[in-house]
Ligand binder design. Structure first.
Ligand SMILES: *Cc1c(COP(=O)(O)O)cnc(C)c1O
Length: 448
């Protein structure tokens, strides 16, 4: 695609910095919201609890920008928590969704576009021979676990501390991100039975994985991981760790699921599977595949996928699964993600990360910027972060001050130090340079 086709920073006038204004209208909405929506939000991290202050209620997005209900303008690095890899309101995606909706919003019957989406994903991702669409990443991983249990006849699932796979019961143990933000080790309402079948091991901890398999040599149905952890900040796998997971699962008759809800079509068209060259049995997709609509999917080995109803006995279904408007939007986004697009994302991330590193180094602030391609996070720590304990031990108070300083200057970073920063193709060089300048301004305030 043509880099900058999304309009770049032009939508916001090319300069950042409207963020410092009033938040009165956001505050008024937040007050109303808290009376009728728990915590005032429909997903916890939106409430700004870990950074404090008033969550901004958003009126519109265009290209790289968000505009809130008080008229403040922000360069957005949340990008709806990952999906908006082309920026807000990309004209091709908007046109595809509008064209689809004019033909009817849902049929509850199959469509040609679903076939095209499944063909697009299976062509892009090695080892994924079939796809089933669902409506959220939570559903994708939850369904993949049922399939793995059904296929192996085993109950146990091994996950890694700090990895988030959505909010289904079996996976809501040591789940990073929103859960980490609130310091809830486990959620009330998750039964002891559900938790008992979930084994939690430290990320990058080979000995921990080996000892779990030694204890349950034939009990583990599935090992699930984010191939690049991105819900405890960005924590890549140690070299060889994914290969190790591939080998140990295969040798024990267990399955391997890569939860690529974050990394799929973000690290590249082939996601983490292609990036690392490790082929799991199952892959979960979400976020980027839906183009900003409620669309997710899971897929993998054909022999496993054929065990799903109606071909096989493992039940899985959804009234709005493969929704035609969402599929049209997702396809429109995936069509634009070619090599040139990923090279453009890489260049933007290079520029931003270099600038932020200089800003922190210049002020003498110890920071670890951990990155895989166009996804990164900022940890205020002296040493690289390899696991969840280390992520928790970083200076989250300092992150909150960094976030607030940047927000006041018109730059919208993730409102938690456990979340990833995303660049999109809509970020212009002027946007990135304005963000770097703001960080240079804020960094000295972080020394105290
Ligand atoms: C966001 C996310 C999920 C959950 O997806 P939802 O669409 O929010 O249900 C699952 N896994 C990973 C890795 C994610 O980042």
């Amino acid at each position: 695609m043509t880099v900058g086709a999304a309009g770049g920073g032009a939508a916001g006038g090319g300069t950042a910095g409207g963020g410092g204004g009033s938040s009165d209208s956001s505050q008024a909405l937040f007050d109303r919201a808290r009376a009728v929506i728990p915590g005032g939000v429909n997903s916890p991290v939106r409430a700004f609890r870990s950074v404090g202050g008033t969550p901004r209620f958003i009126a519109s997005g265009a290209g790289s920008r968000l505009t809130d209900v008080d008229g403040n303008d922000y360069v957005d690095y949340v990008c709806s928590w990952g999906p908006l890899i082309l920026g807000h309101a990309h004209p091709d995606i908007a046109a595809a969704a509008k064209a689809a909706i004019d033909k009817g919003s849902s049929y509850g019957a199959p469509t040609a576009a679903e076939v095209e989406l499944a063909e697009t994903i299976t062509e892009a991702v090695p080892g994924v021979g079939m796809i089933r669409c669902v409506s959220s990443g939570t559903e994708a991983t939850m369904s993949a676990i049922r399939l793995a249990r059904g296929a192996t006849g085993r109950d146990k699932v091994l996950k890694f501390a700090g990895h988030y796979h959505g909010h289904s019961d079996a996976l809501l143990a040591s789940a990073g991100s929103g859960v980490a933000t609130f310091g809830l080790p486990d959620s009330p309402g998750v039964t002891a039975g559900a938790a008992a079948d979930t084994i939690v091991v430290g990320w990058n901890d080979r000995a921990g994985v080996e000892s779990a398999f030694a204890k349950e040599p034939e009990g583990i149905a599935l090992v699930v991981c984010e191939p690049v952890a991105a819900n405890m900040g960005v924590v890549p796998p140690d070299p060889g760790f994914l290969e190790f997971l591939r080998d140990i699962t295969a040798s024990h008759g267990a399955l391997l699921l890569f939860d690529e809800v974050m990394t799929g079509f973000r690290l590249g068209r082939g996601g983490a599977v292609s990036h690392f060259g490790v082929i799991p049995d199952l892959v979960a997709f979400g976020k980027v595949v839906g183009g900003g609509f409620p669309l997710a999917a899971f897929g993998g080995r054909v022999d496993l996928m054929r065990r799903l109803a109606p071909e096989g006995p493992v039940y899985q279904a959804g009234t709005l699964s493969g929704n035609p408007v969402a599929v049209a939007a997702g396809l429109a986004q995936l069509r634009l993600l070619d090599d040139e697009a990923y090279a453009g994302l890489q260049r933007r991330a290079d520029r931003l990360i270099r600038g932020l590193s200089d800003a922190f180094a210049g002020a003498g602030v110890a920071a670890q910027i951990q990155r895989v391609n166009s996804m990164f996070s900022v940890f205020f720590a002296n040493e690289p972060v390899r696991d969840y304990d280390a992520a928790k031990a970083t200076d989250h108070g300092r992150y909150a001050r960094f976030f607030q300083g940047m927000l006041a200057r018109g730059h919208y970073l993730p409102p938690s130090g456990y979340e990833a920063v995303f660049v999109s193709l809509a970020h212009s060089e002027a946007d990135l340079d304005a963000t770097i300048a703001a960080a240079k301004d804020v960094a000295p305030e972080l020394v105290a």
